[in-house]
Design a protein around this ligand. Structure first.
Ligand SMILES: [Mg+2]
Length: 323
């Protein structure tokens, strides 16, 4: 367990100074959040935008097996957003930062004449040699995912429904399951504890976070590792009670922003993966293969090639609003 990363000089000088624990490497990642691409002024409450801006980066730290420590936030706000929007944005950002003990050590703000633009850099720690990478999967390794896939895309779909455009603060999805989907989209939970568990115990041979959908993120992991994969649709944990199974499967494969972890485990270690970790289900969905193709065993039991198609969330939304 690494010691807490320390801020030796916080915000207020030209730059901050931080220290990481001995024997640790710094995990660094940057993510952009663009209005109209990653969030929508009309659909997303400002607090959700703040949460998601940081969650994307924390999820990348989680996928490396690191513990988040520091963040830098640069924000270009458009005048129509105003001060109230910015304050709510910071509330969402800082609430998540506090929960993950991540200290803001710098950043910048500006006014954008066009769209809003948010840049988050997160820094974490991982013991030297323990980082989880995409390139370590080997033939025969078991493929696992955390949580339920496709829920975030389902939540976004609900938000995008014309009737779903309820006034802010009046979002009332019918039923608990849809509320879960909505929450998963607006306030995704980075799987940092799981990433730490896998890296500390050296259980995973490779890992990636699911930001673009299972099909494309699995393709990235396989390409980095020089392997193929077979996954079974009947094993993928998706929200089948909410939509038709074929549609739920499509959301799981192509819907993005679940921020769950996809990881591979050498077969002899697979039994050491618990069915749940801190309440989050861990499910084996397939196996890594020597041949580089990726195959999906469908709900009908038939195998077919798995294309790396990621779902473009805003394709429909933005075309609807296109000038
Ligand atoms: Mg990632």
């Amino acid at each position: 367990m690494p010691g807490r990363g320390l801020v030796t000089l916080g915000i207020g000088d030209d730059a901050s100074l931080v220290r990481v624990a001995p024997g640790c490497e710094l995990v660094l990642t940057a993510d952009l959040l663009l209005e109209g691409v990653h969030f929508d002024f009309a659909l997303h409450p400002a607090e959700s935008a703040g949460h998601r801006a940081l969650a994307r980066s924390l999820s990348d730290v989680a996928a490396m097996g690191g513990t988040p420590r520091f963040a830098l936030l640069s924000l270009a706000v458009s005048p129509r957003a105003g001060r109230a929007w910015a304050e709510a944005f910071y509330r969402g950002f800082f609430r998540l930062a506090r929960r993950f003990r991540t200290t803001l050590v710098g950043g910048d703000t500006a006014v954008s004449r066009t769209r809003m633009f948010i840049d988050v850099v997160a820094a974490g720690e991982v013991e030297r040699g323990h980082a989880l990478r995409r390139c370590g999967a080997r033939p025969g390794d078991a493929i696992f995912v955390s949580g339920q896939l496709g829920l975030a895309a389902l939540g976004l779909r609900w938000l995008q429904r014309p009737r779903g455009l309820a006034p802010r603060g009046h979002v009332r999805p019918p039923g608990r399951n849809l509320a879960l989907a909505l929450h998963k989209h607006l306030y995704p939970e980075p799987r940092c504890a799981l990433g730490r568990f896998l890296s500390r115990r050296k259980l995973a041979s490779a890992a990636i976070d699911l930001s673009d959908g299972l099909a494309s993120d699995l393709a990235r992991l396989c390409q980095a590792s020089g392997v193929g994969a077979t996954i079974d649709a009947r094993l993928i944990p998706f929200p089948g009670v909410l939509v038709r199974p074929t549609e739920a499967l499509r959301l799981a494969l192509e819907g993005g922003e679940d921020y769950e972890l996809l990881f591979t485990v050498p077969s002899r270690q697979a039994k050491r993966i618990p069915p749940k970790y801190q309440g989050v289900p861990l499910t084996q969905i397939g196996v890594i293969t020597l041949k580089k193709q990726r195959w999906l065993i469908g709900l009908d039991g038939r195998a077919k090639p798995l294309a790396a198609a990621g779902y473009d969330h805003f394709a429909r939304a933005s075309s609807r609003r296109a000038p």
